[in-house]
Ligand binder design. Structure first.
Ligand code: DON
Length: 305
C-alpha cells in the first residue's frame, strides 16, 4: 500500500484540476442535487491496509453498483439455474435499452443492465421473505456495517420517473421471465438502486471479490472460487454497458459503475478500489472516475493484463 499512496495523491491532484466534460445524471431528479465537485478515492488491499483521498468518507447513491450485490445474493440462492433467466454476454447497448429484449425473447443479455438486474430482483423476491429488509441485512452483514441504508428520497424519485424500468419489467413479464407481480419487483429494484455508500464502504464491502478466500473481513465465505471468477468475468465484459470494452482497454480491471458517479474496480488477489465523481460521460460512466483509474493502473502497473 505504501507505494500506492503517493501515486494516488498525485493522480488525484492531477485529475481534480482537469476540466470535467461530463454531466450529472438528472433523469432521476433527486440525483441532480449532488455537488458535482465531489471527488473521492479509497483503496483496500488483501492485507487489510487502506488509503483514501478527497471525499472518500461521504455517502452517495451507488445506483447500479448495487447490481453486483443483488447478483451475488441471487447467485448464492439460485445457483447455476440463475443463468437460465439471465445471460452473461455484453450487450453493447445503453443500460436501459429495450433493443435486444424483443429478439432475445425476454432473456436479458447480462445482470448489469437494467433488464438483467430487474430479473435478478424477481429471482430474489421468490427466495426472500422480506426482500428489502433481507437484502439490506445481507449488505450490512457482509460489510460488517450497520449504517448501510436505502435513500427514501432517491427511491421515491426513481418511482416518480420510472416509466422505462416499469415498461422493461412488463415487457419481460410478457415473455414469462418475471414470476412475481411487476409492482413489487420494481419497488425492490428501486430500493436496491437507492443504496448509499461512501468510497471507503464500497472498497470494503467488495473485498470478497478480491481476496483469496472470497470472504468478508470477519472470515465469512461469500462465494466459491468458481462463483467469484464468474462474477469478476461478467464485470470485466459487462460492467460498463456499451463502454465495457473501453474500460477493459484503458483500465484493465473488472469493475462496475453507477449513474451516481461511483466506480469500483477489483484486482483479484490484490485490492478493491472505489472512485466517486458525479459527472458522467455519454455512456453514463463517471468521466473523472475512469480517467483516475486509467492513470492508476498504468502508473502502478497493476491491471490484470
Ligand atoms: O434504473 C436506473 O436507471 C438507475 N436506478 C440505475 C442505472 C445505473 O446506475 C446505470 N449505470 N450506469
Amino acid at each position: 500500500m505504501e507505494n500506492y499512496k503517493k501515486i494516488i495523491e498525485d493522480i488525484y491532484a492531477e485529475v481534480k484540476n482537469i476540466e470535467d466534460i461530463g454531466t450529472v445524471a438528472n433523469y432521476i431528479p433527486e440525483l441532480a442535487f449532488v455537488d458535482a465537485s465531489n471527488f473521492g478515492i479509497h483503496i483496500t488491499n488483501t492485507n487489510n491496509a487502506s488509503f483514501g483521498v478527497g471525499n472518500f468518507n461521504k455517502k452517495f447513491s451507488i445506483q447500479s453498483i448495487s447490481k453486483l450485490l443483488s447478483l451475488t445474493l441471487a447467485y448464492k440462492l439460485e445457483g447455476e439455474k440463475l443463468w437460465d433467466r439471465v445471460d452473461v454476454e455484453p450487450s453493447g447497448n445503453p443500460f436501459n435499452s429495450f433493443l435486444q429484449l424483443e429478439t432475445d425473447l425476454g432473456k436479458p443479455r447480462n445482470p448489469f443492465i437494467n433488464s438483467g438486474a430487474i430479473v435478478v430482483c424477481d429471482v430474489l423476491l421468490s427466495h426472500l421473505k422480506n426482500p428489502k429488509e433481507d437484502f439490506l441485512e445481507f449488505c450490512r452483514e457482509i460489510s460488517n456495517n450497520a449504517t448501510l441504508n436505502y435513500s427514501k428520497k432517491v427511491t421515491q424519485s426513481e418511482k416518480d420517473s420510472g416509466f422505462r424500468n416499469n415498461a422493461i419489467c412488463n415487457f419481460i413479464k410478457s415473455f414469462g421471465n418475471i414470476n412475481n407481480d411487476v409492482a413489487p419487483v420494481i419497488d425492490f429494484y428501486f430500493h436496491i438502486c437507492s443504496l448509499e455508500m461512501s468510497c471507503k464502504e464500497l472498497s470494503e464491502i467488495f473485498m470478497f471479490l478480491a481476496n483469496d478466500e472470497f470472504s468478508t473481513s470477519k472470515g465469512n465465505k461469500i462465494l466459491s472460487m468458481s462463483q467469484a471468477k464468474r462474477i469478476n468475468a461478467i464485470m470485466l465484459t459487462c460492467g460498463f454497458y456499451d463502454e465495457s470494452g473501453e474500460f477493459a482497454f484503458r483500465v484493465g480491471l473488472p469493475g462496475k459503475s453507477g449513474v451516481g458517479g461511483g466506480i469500483i474496480a477489483i484486482h483479484p488477489d490484490k485490492y478493491c478500489i472505489a472512485v466517486w465523481s458525479p459527472k458522467l460521460n455519454e455512456q453514463s460512466n463517471s468521466y473523472k472516475g475512469m480517467l483516475f483509474l486509467e492513470k492508476f493502473t498504468t502508473r502502478t502497473t497493476s491491471s490484470i493484463f
